[in-house]
Design a protein around this ligand. Sequence first.
Ligand code: MLT
Length: 241
Amino acid sequence: VYHTPEDTPSDLLPDCAVVIDVLRATTTIATALDAGAEAVQAFSDMEKLKSQASSWQTDKRLLAGERGGLKVEGFDLGNSPLTCTPEVVKGKRLFLTTTNGTRALQRVEKSPCVITAAQINRQAAVNYLLETQPETVWMVGSGWQGDYSVEDTACAGAIAQSIFQQSDISPINLFGNDEVIGAIALYEQWKDNLLNVFRQCSHGQRLLKLKGDADLQYCSQTDILNVLPIQKEPGVLVSSK
Ligand code: MLT
């Protein structure tokens, strides 16, 4: 478990990277793909996004993203998962840029396997890891501009705890590092009260100031979607189904 992309060792990549940005990028990605978006193409760089999106058919694309939590001016959507309804996203490619989540994706995009996870699709990520059994797995939280975010680490703990409960993996193998033990303990402590934690954590507070309580409520739900976003080429996520 890495709390931020900056924490990952720069000269290594895992067999499988699980990118987590519960508030809100990976929640939005799961929601958009579940609602029938063709793909989500993630960019940390706004200018790259604009240039790639301009070569895409206009009626088949949506520009989506935030800076500091606020919708980018002139874009079709911000980064609220609640705007990703089938009516809006079905059949479209979302060109998405966000402050932290897309940066975490970019850090690991050359890994042989990249999936994204959030609290809402936690079990889909667990099932995939149990089926494929990659030798090395990194769970990479997005954090906030290099700082730790409690919600991403709690989600990593939720994934690790579920793998541990559903498999015969020995705790010696699972507990490969102290971060995993800490993440599981964090999730155990707060699992019945995630919404309250989200309302108190630093990015939750930021979103509340932007009238984002409905987003916090949505993002704090566990296992409500059975969708697994998986990278098919660097930066491009599709539903594994
Ligand atoms: C990010 O990538 O930093 C987040 O998803 C920000 C947000 O809440 O939109």
